[in-house]
Design a protein around this ligand. Sequence first.
Ligand code: ADE
Length: 254
Amino acid sequence: MSIVGIIGGSGLENPQLIENAREVTVDTPYGPPSAPLLRGRIGGREVALLARHGREHTIPPSQVNNRANLLALQEQGCTHLLASAACGSLRQDIGPGELVIPDQLIDFTRFRAVTFHDHFPPGIENARHTALADPFAAEIRKQLLMAGRHLELPLHDGGTMLTIEGPRFSTRAESRMFQLWGADLVNMTIAPEAVLAAELGLPYAVVAMVTDYDSWKEDEPPLQVPELVAVFRGNLEKLSRLLITVLPRLANPI
Ligand code: ADE
């Protein structure tokens, strides 16, 4: 029986949603993950939920122990990973409250552990390099899009997610530069999470929840955290419905 790992967690830990919920404490060679995992069933599907920023949201983006998080989910037997993430939009036609299933990634982080393969025995034949042309799993993306359309959610197919180091937001010049680079969305967590999932060979896809227009827009007041959190909370129900609908549709290992 395959298990779906859900990274993000916040708002999905509702006891009405998860049947037979039980907490599982896991340790890894990289230390403990961000929080104990919540194991149980959603929509008949066995899941392991992980709160990326900790149960009480105490871990800032640069401090998330991504390697421990990914190894903990793999150790639990997860065969698919679904991540949720708040993000800013770099496009007029993608507005706050809407969902995006990104298909590309730009890693603009600076200070994170980005690989499991930083040590290997001497010799070029032992070096490990992971192909990452398409960082998000096509089959999971397809199922998310189908489920989203079925639920008639405001959902965009594809887009390039750019991950910044944070915790600060971008300057207006940075935001415009990201637009010139072809990025559509900006957030602080998807890299290196997606990279590490690929190194473990775990199919991974993201549901991005747009909370704001980032910093490029001249006709918007500067981005404020309380408003961003309010948009996220106000739209969490869409995200939960999408994840619940897609879970039974994910077939056994891809
Ligand atoms: N998360 C939500 N909105 C964001 C933004 N504008 N930039 C980076 N991360 C975000």
